[in-house]
Design a protein. Structure first.
Lengths: 705, 218
């Protein structure tokens, strides 16, 4: 692999000179893209230095991390032009263990604001040039440099280049948000800094994970910090590094999360710039684990699971097996206590192993789902729809529409009838009793299961262990004192009635879930779920009518396939449709109260004595979509609009309608989002709201009318 | 049939336990990943070091008690290292130090097959060709010493005083770039620290953020 010595020296020399002369093949393509076609004197405009990296190659952020060097731009502008600092898009962690760098793979757009001089001559062509130097690395590193330029025309009015509108909108969505409604605080601990992030009141969604990118080099060791939820806020411990001996007084950097800082699908990065406050006691990572801090939900779920386990013993698919087993055990009433307890222990172990298997299956499914990008948050519509479908199906089973696991029940019965018990037989009967019980999930168990799906693996396992314990406890009690058998009711028709009763409880749970779904996706979402449930019921009916022992194997097989297609298909459709539905508030806002924009209409409304609010947005503008969802569709904001009798108009710039472009230019704006509030007083100038909206911001602006 | 069912159940139960264990291990690993790179502190004893050089001789940091020792992490493929060797800066710094009685140990922690790794003969040729004045070039193929010292970049510099205490760690100078033109005007932290310490003064800049390419660990 290594060339011979003289060749190596020659190559080394050539490589050295090539670096000096920049002849090495570059893996980064750089371009200068102005947002505008024409510029006006004194009017600032934006340009982007776009870096396109070859696959697996990356360039660096302002803080490159453990190694590397940030991209630098040296501007070559005509006299009087001033270029602002680089607005860096949020970086990603590039891990080459044990080292971590902060940079960009794929494409990065570095935005810069340029201000032309006020005495710029109209009608001239202006060349903007920049010398860009960077370090591109895959595993090896190569320094790169190039000069890029662009030409713009000087006119009295600055005009956007519509072909770049989407590019700049996407680039801006990757810039960190100003902390805005999020409140940050930092405290110093021993060798670490604790960042506390308090979400705004209007944000109902969770931020599942986050990574912190410090702006200053050498402040923190670049390992991934923890991100935990605690008392309604998020806490992150950042281990410090002693590389730079300067005292660290401020925490400045960017927090990045795939969850978005204004709800799912919103901007992924937010700026942190706070003073590091007083000492905090304790050591880094001394926070309770996420399971415990799940606001006491876990102990409650464990308790409920235990009760569910106890209830399972009464289900008709468990009770006969249980009573037979106990009776055979009673036959051993004269056997020594130790033997009986050993059998009881083996039974318990069998039950627990079966429940752990179920947990394992669930965890595997969830892990597989996570790979596919499915989330399992209890608040997300697809999960609610999925749970509703599952519970409905179980309710149908409890009503007796179809039976599942009949062969398993026979298994259980056959096995229980055997005499000559040993620990091994007890173990397997515990195992089988559980498998047989699985179709008859009691409503308590159902909610515990659903909850377990959304929890981290150790919590899910705890819930299932509690279920198993609940189920095994009566058996252990009976084994310990067989005299209690006298108090056991005889198996009978009452079991079937009880099973059906529990079916109604489950049906009620489905109603509750449908209501939650309605909150999230509107009545359309509920209607779609109900339609899916009807199809499911058909599938269950097919199963119950044709997949029974009285029919031939061929019929049973066909029926099974048809039913599976119907049930799984409708459940999948329900889940998918729930996930893709737009929030209803947005739709109703769009159709009910938002008129299409036109200048004439604005004047008309103002003349009629109504203030006017105009929302300039576009389908491809992420910030616009998030603003609409977060602020303009919020109930308190809509109420305020009604209270102040404000007319709401929406200007859709998705196809870059020239009339709307003109309106934006007149407002001194070059793109979307733009929010304008006109008071009814025609002489008052229009008021522009910031680009990032929150409900409080809009309400305050409306109050000032 | 029954045995199959029981077997399947036990399999899944095993899967659950394994999944939990894997998650716990992963959490441990990310912890240990963050700690995989030690960070010896200035003012504390420098970590122990035993490595073989390109001429086959073994070097022990303890053997150099009574002398200043400079550790320089090197990888000739890295553009930052090329800046200092191409301009002659590193060689000049080495010579100045060695002339003052300092033991200069260049260390390569590149794993086999990765950039910077060379056979001993090729190293000796490089030492001659580049006119290096290092006392020795140490091969740290496994990366253990690099990780013990927390070496992140090439170049990454450490200075140990005659008492075995770490008195400097970080960059070679204060101009983090690949541009040779930046060398003349930069403050050479290593020479400054050596001068200050040898004069009996405390080191004014004892720790800086190193710059360079990542060390090519295994």
């Amino acid at each position: 692999m290594l060339p011979s010595r003289p060749l190596l020296s020659a190559v080394a020399l050539v490589c050295l000179s090539a670096t000096l002369h920049g002849d090495e093949p570059s893996h980064v393509k750089v371009a200068l893209i102005p947002e505008v076609r024409t510029i006006a004197p004194g009017a600032p405009f934006s340009v982007a230095v776009r870096l396109k990296m070859d696959p697996r190659w990356h360039t660096y952020w302002i803080n490159p991390g453990d190694s590397g060097a940030p991209t630098q731009i040296k501007w070559n502008l005509p006299p009087g032009f001033e270029a602002g600092p680089i607005q860096w898009p949020h970086p990603q962690r590039i891990e080459l263990p044990p080292l971590v760098s902060f940079g960009y793979e794929g494409e990065a757009a570095l935005l810069v604001r340029i201000t032309p001089p006020r005495d710029l001559k109209i009608g001239e062509r202006v060349t903007l040039a920049a010398h860009v130097s960077w370090l591109e690395c895959e595993e090896l590193c190569v320094p790169g440099e190039t000069t890029v330029s662009a030409v713009v025309q000087t006119e009295p009015q600055a005009e956007n280049d519509p072909t770049h509108a989407i590019f700049f909108s996407e680039a801006r969505a990757r810039l960190p948000l100003d902390s805005g409604d999020w409140k940050f605080a930092a405290g110093s601990g021993r060798g670490f800094v604790r960042l506390t992030a308090t979400p705004p009141l209007w944000l109902k969604d969770q931020v599942a994970e986050a990574a912190f990118f410090p702006e200053t080099l050498g402040q923190f060791s670049n390992g991934r910090g923890s991100w935990d939820r605690r008392d309604g806020a998020y806490v992150m411990d950042l281990p410090q590094s002693d590389e730079s001996t300067a005292p660290v007084r401020r925490l400045t950097g960017v927090l990045v999360s795939k969850s978005g800082w204004r709800g799912p699908g919103s901007e992924r990065a937010i700026r942190v710039d706070v003073e590091i406050g007083s000492e905090i006691a304790g050591s880094a990572g001394a926070l309770p684990g996420p399971a415990a801090s799940a606001s006491g939900g876990l102990p409650g779920a464990i308790g409920l699971a235990f009760i569910g386990g106890l209830l399972l013993n009464l289900m008709p698919c468990v009770f006969p097996v249980l009573s037979i087993k106990v009776l055979s055990l009673a036959g051993q009433a004269d056997a020594p206590m130790r033997a009986r307890m050993r059998n009881a222990g083996a039974y318990t172990l069998g039950v627990l192993v079966a429940f752990w298997a179920l947990a394992g299956l669930l965890i595997a499914l969830r892990a597989g789902g996570e790979q596919l990008g499915w989330g399992f948050q209890l608040q997300s519509p697809p999960v609610i729809a999925g749970l509703a479908s599952l519970f409905f199906l179980i309710a149908l089973n409890l009503f007796g529409v179809f039976e599942v696991g009949m062969s398993l029940t026979r298994l259980g019965g056959r096995n229980a009838g055997k005499s000559g018990e040993g620990a091994g037989a007890s173990f397997s009967s515990g195992l089988l009793a559980t498998i047989v019980a699985t179709p008859c999930t009691a409503p308590f168990m159902g909610s515990a299961l659903g909850f377990a799906l959304t929890q981290p693996a150790p919590a899910a396992l705890a819930i299932f262990t509690s279920l198993g314990a609940g189920m095994a406890v009566p058996f252990v009690a009976l084994a310990a004192s067989p005299r209690l058998l006298r108090f056991l009711p005889r198996p009978g028709a009452w079991m079937e009635t009880m099973k059906q009763g529990l079916g109604f409880l489950l049906a009620a749970t489905v109603v509750w879930l449908a209501w939650v779904l309605g909150q999230q996706t509107g009545s359309d979402g509920v209607a779609m779920l109900l339609a899916a449930l009807v199809v499911q019921a058909v599938g269950a009916w097919v199963l119950g009518k044709w997949a029974v022992m009285t029919r031939s194997a061929a019929v049973r097989r066909t029926a099974g396939i048809v039913a599976a297609v119907l049930i799984v298909g409708s459940a999948a459709a329900a889940v998918k449709l729930a996930g893709s539905g737009a929030p209803p508030a947005l739709e109703t806002a769009a159709t009910e109260t938002w008129e299409p924009y036109s200048e004439a209409r604005v004047n008309e409304l103002r003349a009629a004595g109504r203030p006017v609010f105009v929302d300039f947005g576009a389908a491809w503008c992420l910030t616009c979509q998030v603003n609409e969802r977060v602020a303009l569709a919020a109930a308190p904001v809509l109420a305020k609009f009604r209270e102040k009798n404000v007319a709401t108009l929406k200007a859709d710039w998705t196809s870059r309608d020239p009339a709307i472009t003109q309106a934006l230019t007149k407002l001194g704006r070059s793109g979307v989002p733009t929010y304008v509030l006109y008071s009814k007083d025609a002489s008052a100038p229009p008021r522009l709201l910031p680009e990032v909206l929150t409900p409080t911001l809009v309400i305050d602006a409306l109050d000032k009318l | 049939m029954k045995k199959a069912v029981i077997a399947a159940v036990i399999l899944f139960a095993g899967l659950a336990i394994w999944a939990i264990a894997a998650k716990v291990a992963e959490a441990d690993k990310t912890e240990s990943f963050a700690n995989a790179l030690a960070e010896p502190s200035v003012g504390n004893p420098a970590p122990a070091l035993t490595l073989t050089d390109t001429k086959g001789k073994q070097h022990n940091l303890a053997d150099y008690k009574g002398k200043y020792v400079v550790l320089e992490w090197v990888n000739f493929g890295c553009p930052f290292v090329k800046k200092h060797y191409g301009s002659g800066n590193m060689q000049a710094t080495q010579k100045k130090a060695v002339d003052k009685g300092v033991v200069w140990l260049s260390v390569c922690s590149s794993a086999e097959g990765k950039q910077g790794h060379m056979a001993a003969d090729d190293w000796n040729q490089e030492i001659a060709d580049r006119k290096m004045s290092s006392t020795a070039v140490l091969i740290d193929e496994s990366g253990t010493v690099g990780k013990t010292y927390g070496a992140k970049t090439t170049p990454h510099m450490y200075i140990v005083n005659p008492d075995g205490v770490l008195i400097y760690k970080g960059a070679i100078d204060d101009k983090p770039s690949t541009n040779q033109d930046d060398v003349p005007g930069a403050r050479n932290h290593v020479l400054a620290a050596l001068d200050e310490s040898m004069a009996g003064k405390p080191v004014s800049t004892a720790s800086t953020t190193p710059y360079g390419c990542s060390v090519k660990y295994k």
